[in-house]
Write a protein that binds this ligand. Structure first.
Ligand SMILES: Cc1ncc(COP(=O)(O)O)c(C=O)c1O
Length: 428
């Protein structure tokens, strides 16, 4: 691949322009069926945002919707808006929309709490359903919060252990001892994808349950929890779903498990009749039983705006573009940054990875800080990974070109070695 920078990148580079190749990239943007979605996001003009896998960009519709919710529904409607604007129904309504993104049925998904808290609830449900089994199986290097939450759940239900096995051995390690398998579908760092269908089937053959973490999947890669016969899943609202910082998360429980599944966080919003104010807990009939406290309405409604955009775009188009973006990034890095010490940590085969890429480099943190200073925003995952997310809704192919040219310049000039890039910020 041999491509020249788009106009926006030339000012920052010393590369002689190669207009034919630049035209090729621009022609991909011109032919992109998702190209009009970019205008529906607020994005700073001089930024290439490769961090939608950590915090999605702001949809313009969210700004308008929140302004209306704050001034009209909260400001004027006050408490009446729980009924008049159906705030009370929002977690279920938005859950039903997310269900369409992940192949679930209406009534199988609800928006609530954080991913971590939802995982805690579902681990308890699974362990209660498999009382005679001793193991929870997961992989080392799974998202840390998932492992910490498993530890916490095990402290509350002694007599069981967490067994960590490498990804490639997980399926073989499922046995009659396994109560539950907890895996992140698209790995948060490497982006490698588990075979959801095969692992779920294998678990079921042995009578075990599986909880999938879809935080890096929904909105980026095609997911079909129905076709894969998934038991339960959790996922995050603030990444590809563009719900905003600290957006509420969601959980999925297949309908066949709902009647016997009782949340350990049995708060009033999960009660069948919360406004009867009775003393005893009686779970709601359906997925609402997994609510705990009062839903964060501003967050739920922001999330709805982000999800609406994804539904409009369609999963197949999103996945196809995400692959093409990351393939372009890999090809350009190979061409322009060879001998720079970067090592691809993600699978080279696009069908085996999600919508981000990780590269190891011994000076990864400083390099990412220098990139961010130059308008290319990705993130860093300890100990040494630069992570770049490819959000198909608002990234252009030309942005990938700009990003790699900038990366090449940062590596070549070693500007990352300035002392100011060494100090770790609280959030990386
Ligand atoms: C795969 C995965 N699981 C869980 C979480 C934690 O989500 P939350 O902060 O909503 O608990 C994250 C956050 O980045 C994540 O990437």
């Amino acid at each position: 691949m041999d491509l020249a920078p788009p106009r926006s990148a030339r000012a920052r580079t010393d590369t002689a322009a190669r207009p034919l190749e630049a035209a090729a990239v621009r022609s991909w943007d011109a032919a992109d069926p998702l190209r009009d979605f970019r205008e529906r996001f607020e994005l700073p003009p001089d930024v290439v945002y490769l961090d939608g896998n950590s915090l999605g960009a702001l949809p313009r519709s969210t700004r308008e919707r929140l302004a209306q919710v704050i001034s009209a529904e909260w400001g004027m409607g006050l408490i009446r808006s729980w009924n008049d604007s159906d705030w009370i129904g929002a977690p279920r309504r938005v859950g039903d929309k997310i269900a369409r993104l992940i192949g679930a049925q209406p009534g199988e998904v609800i928006v609530a709490d954080s991913t971590s808290a939802n995982l805690y609830k579902l681990i308890h449900v699974a362990l209660a359903a498999r009382p005679d089994r001793s193991e929870i199986l997961s992989e080392p290097g799974n998202f840390p919060s998932d492992l910490y939450v498993i530890e916490g759940a095990l402290r509350a239900t002694p007599g069981r252990v967490l067994r960590l096995e490498p990804a490639e051995r997980i399926a073989d390690c499922i046995s009659e001892n396994t109560a539950l398998v907890v895996l992140t579908h698209v790995h948060y760092k490497s982006a490698s994808v588990h075979d959801m269908r095969a692992i779920t089937a294998r678990a079921h053959e042995h009578g075990a349950l599986v909880i999938w973490d879809l935080s890096h999947s929904a909105g980026a890669v095609e997911v079909d929890v129905g076709a894969c016969n998934v038991d339960m899943a959790v996922g995050c609202g603030y990444k590809y779903l563009n719900g905003g910082p600290g957006a509420p998360a969601y959980l999925f429980v297949a309908r066949r498990h709902q009647a016997t599944a009782v949340s350990p966080l049995s708060g009033w919003m999960g009660h069948g009749r919360p406004f009867d104010f009775v003393d005893r807990y009686e779970p709601a009939r359906g997925i609402e039983r997994f609510l705990c406290g009062t839903p964060p309405i501003l967050g739920v409604l922001s999330l709805e705006c982000g999800v609406d955009l994804l539904l409009e775009a369609g999963a197949a188009q999103l996945q196809a573009k995400s692959r093409r973006l990351s393939e372009l990034f890999i090809a350009l890095v190979q061409e322009m940054c060879s001998d720079s010490g970067l090592r691809l940590l993600s699978p080279a085969d696009a069908s085996a990875r999600g919508s981000h890429l990780a590269y190891a480099h011994p000076h990864g943190y400083a390099i990412m800080r220098a990139l961010i200073d130059r308008g290319v925003i990705g993130d860093f995952r300890a100990p040494d990974a630069l992570r770049f997310g490819f959000t198909p809704l608002y990234l252009r192919y030309a942005d990938i070109w700009t990003a790699v040219i900038t990366l090449r310049d940062v590596l070549r000039t070693q500007c990352w070695s300035e002392p100011r890039y060494a100090a770790r910020a609280a959030v990386t």
